[in-house]
Design a protein around this ligand. Structure first.
Ligand code: AHR
Length: 319
């Protein structure tokens, strides 16, 4: 296969206008799957952002498996795409396939999750939130809410090995580390899904005196929190009151739960990771501009008082 960046294409790119240039680009996106409302929104927003710029976006659904993502990357390389976007399901194991993309001079952009590789030139940039900070914001909210009261926390972790699960756990644990009254008493993965979140919360409730020993649930995403809310209700307790609910993502369903008094706080994760990545790609292809190694998105905290406004805003944005 011919390497992608020939002199002719490089000279050609100099005389093309931005929109004409973007409309000549094809990007392959290896998406994780559809485990959560946030993920569905990210896929929809990526399509819309590509369309806005006239970029041809090919999405491959990995169904939560890294091996499918690796196959997708190889297929994108064989198709000679202009760039590859990956939302990496887990943090490790990416070196060899990214070397292959590098051999063909196809830039790789990471969306919403990070990876650990020895050579960070294997990807151009990662568009992600600071997920340690997201965990810290959630932990700080809990500290401010419970003050000096004793609080046993149960934690619903995301996908095992996912950078965001590792980082959110670290941030939350760090935030509560100096508060002797707030402790994580149980922690387990709910795989970022609503059904698994519910199942794991049921087991926590059973193990903790029918839920009476639990003061709060920290869920690594909103979907698992929604599942947990269901489990709390089925146990005869009031979510948002008997058990505080704090999570991450800021998807419409958690705002609906807040409006029902069943959830207390969420930390934003924007589903628009692709937009900044497309812009970085276009600048790189047009003028060789190297983006920063990390493009960090916002991590605002939203409370029930913000729920209606956020819900309306999301509706307007079509999420
Ligand atoms: O990587 C981002 C995480 O993946 C979101 O917080 C979660 O909902 C999704 O499944």
């Amino acid at each position: 296969m011919l390497k992608k960046l020939t002199l002719a294409t490089a000279i050609g790119s100099l005389v093309m206008s931005a929109s004409v240039f973007a409309s000549s680009l094809t990007v392959g996106f290896s998406q994780i799957g559809s485990e959560s409302g946030w993920r569905a929104a990210e896929t929809a927003v990526s399509k819309a952002e590509a369309e806005k710029r006239g970029i041809n976006l090919k999405i491959s659904d990995a169904q939560q498996k890294q091996e499918n993502q690796i196959k997708a990357v190889r297929s994108f390389i064989a198709q000679g795409v202009d760039a590859i976007f990956i939302a990496p399901v887990v943090q490790t194991g990416w070196g060899p396939v990214l070397e292959e993309a590098k051999d063909y001079e196809i830039p790789v952009f990471l969306l919403d999750r990070g990876i650990t590789v020895d050579d960070d030139s294997l990807y151009m940039t990662a568009v992600t939130a600071d997920n340690v900070l997201e965990g810290k914001v959630a932990g700080q909210w809990l500290l401010d809410t419970v003050k000096d009261k004793p609080c046993n926390v149960v934690e619903l972790q995301g996908t095992v090995g996912a950078s965001v699960a590792i980082d959110r756990k670290e941030g939350f644990s760090e935030a509560i580390s100096n508060a002797s009254n707030v402790n994580i008493v149980r922690t387990q993965s709910g795989e970022f899904t609503r059904s698994k979140g519910k199942e794991v919360m049921e087991s926590f409730i059973k193990a903790e005196n029918g839920g009476k020993n639990i003061c709060a649930v920290f869920s690594h995403n909103d979907d698992m929190a929604i599942g947990a809310i269901q489990a709390i209700k089925e146990a005869g307790l009031k979510p948002g009151d008997d058990i505080l609910v704090v999570s991450i993502d800021a998807v419409p369903d958690i705002f609906k739960a807040m409006m029902n008094g069943e959830a207390n706080a969420t930390v934003e994760l924007t589903p628009n990771m692709a937009g900044p990545a497309f812009d970085a790609l276009i600048s790189y292809k047009e003028n060789g501009t190297q983006p920063p190694k990390k493009i960090v998105t916002e991590s605002n905290l939203y409370l029930p008082k913000d729920a209606k406004e956020q819900l309306d805003m999301k509706k307007d944005l079509g999420y």
